[in-house]
Design a binder for this molecule. Structure first.
Ligand code: GDP
Ligand code: IMO
Ligand code: MG
Length: 422
């Protein structure tokens, strides 16, 4: 499989965790290179559900190495609780997890600022996960961030934290928010530091050596293409580069070592949080929510749902250089009589085949639909491509050809077995 970047081709929650787990047989090392615990990647193994937020989705497989690269923002307390939660369920976390010493920290004042900024925005809010992601990346860009490497040196951390708490408390007081207790934060973070210490290293060197030894690396994207800070529906985005290039900057693996890009997309579209969503459809949302699906893995929020948007996925294929497609959640459409696929946008009398750059223009786009007759039976038991009803095969072939990449994987359920490799 060589070195593969896996990205979400829509607005996140495409089923990346499930596809990563499926690809683990051919993978030695899984790398997270951006985002933080705003991500929620679900893996279902023998009816047991695991939701991973910061730890790469390879951790459930023995003998695989999981790397958290420098581009990830880490809340150390949340990471320790994720590690402990997995250990309590019998998952071994020892030498199979590596954490970059250059990764930035998410601190409690980032979460307080995230919540406060959202509140002040009122109806213009982004609908963030309130995990402090935006303010943490903001500090990184402003060069006022603290890193895992700082956390590993108690004296340096104590001193730097004191300065950062002092500065942020001025801001918080100005916003009428309770200031942070330096002592409380220091104690919690120092305790987390001791749990994380054995995993911390220079992950760039580890990855370089792994490549030299011919190991297969899989870069696990978090969020999705349209939540990318540069290319998404700004400002309704996250604060990292979720597109394929982010895998290089956030891991320190150079572009010419990357061989392949897989784009994961649902057979329809979902989005959590605010922002434009041209194909949003309330009726489809009711159908999916009534089936007990499309509730967020991190915040539990009901996801907004809509038809498959080929204008968006085609542009995602260009942006990420997607070679192969994994289409998930096909079974979500099993009993939808007439399925719609967006093949173009109408904007102020013009027909567009790529999304406008500005969110306010995307907001005004009216989708142009092609109607597809549904297959009206369960696909959940399909194990080979030929097991799928002809109409379902035609549907995935249509959305793959509109997207412009090779159809490689079709997923018909949350478990590993419910995955078809073409
Ligand atoms: P991620 O963030 O991209 O890893 O996706 P999430 O885990 O947040 O959301 C995807 C949801 O769809 C999870 O509940 C998965 O268990 C589920 N899922 C993934 N693929 C399929 C599928 O083909 N069918 C069904 N029914 N569920 C799926
Ligand atoms: P995975 O990796 C879906 C969304 C939030 C909000 C916006 C900004 O599971 O696909 P943030 O907390 O990042 O500042 O929120 O981004 N968002 C996600 N939506 N899946 C995710 O991750 C997301 N991570 C952030 O809902 O709209
Ligand atoms: Mg998710």
């Amino acid at each position: 499989m060589a070195n593969t970047i896996l990205v979400g081709a829509q607005w996140g929650d495409e089923g990346k965790g499930k596809i990563i787990d499926f690809l683990m047989d051919e993978t030695h090392v899984v790398v997270r290179s951006q985002g933080g615990n705003n991500a929620g990647h679900t893996i279902v193994l023998e009816n047991e559900k695991y939701v991973l937020h910061l730890i790469p989705s390879g951790i459930l497989r023995r003998g695989k190495t999981c790397v958290i690269g420098s581009g990830v923002v880490i809340d150390p307390v949340a990471l320790v609780s994720e590690i402990e939660g997995l250990r309590a369920r019998g998952i071994k976390i020892e030498r199979n997890l590596l954490i970059s010493e250059s990764a930035h920290l998410v601190l409690p004042y980032h979460q307080a600022l995230d919540a406060q900024r959202e509140m002040l925005k009122g109806h213009n809010k982004i609908g963030t996960t309130k995990r402090g992601i935006g303010p943490a990346y903001g500090d990184k860009a402003a060069r006022t961030g603290l890193r895992i490497g700082d956390l590993m040196q108690p004296d340096i951390f104590a001193e730097k934290l004191a300065g950062r708490i002092r500065d942020n408390n001025v801001i918080l007081r100005g916003l009428n928010v309770k200031p942070m207790s330096y002592k409380r934060v220091l104690t919690a973070y120092q305790a987390a530091a001791e749990v994380l210490r054995p995993f911390v290293c220079n992950t760039v060197i580890y990855l370089h050596n792994a490549i030299s030894k011919g190991k297969n690396l899989l870069f696990e994207g978090a969020q999705g293409t349209y939540l990318d800070l540069d290319h998404g529906t700004y400002p309704f985005v996250t604060s990292s580069n979720t597109t394929a290039g982010g895998a290089c900057t956030g891991s320190g693996v150079p572009p010419h070592r990357m061989d392949h890009v897989i784009g994961v997309m649902k057979a329809y579209t979902t989005r959590v949080g605010e922002g434009p969503f041209p194909t949003e459809n309330e009726k489809l949302g009711h159908i999916l929510h009534d089936m007990g699906r499309e509730f967020g893995a991190t915040t539990g929020r009901a996801r907004r749902c809509g038809w498959f948007d080929a204008v968006a996925t085609r542009y995602a294929a260009i942006l990420n250089g997607i070679d192969e497609l994994a289409i998930t959640n096909l079974d979500g459409l099993d009993h939808v009589e007439t399925i719609q696929v967006c093949v173009g946008y109408r904007l102020e009398g013009r027909i567009l085949h790529t999304p406008p750059s500005l969110a306010r223009d995307v907001e005004k786009c009216e989708p142009i639909y092609k109607k597809v007759v549904g297959w009206n039976c369960s696909t959940a038991d399909a194990r080979t491509y030929r097991d799928l009803p002809l109409k379902a095969r035609k549907y995935v072939e249509l959305i793959a050809s509109l997207t412009g990449a090779k159809l490689a994987i079709v997923s018909v359920g949350a478990s590993r077995a419910q995955t078809i490799r073409l």
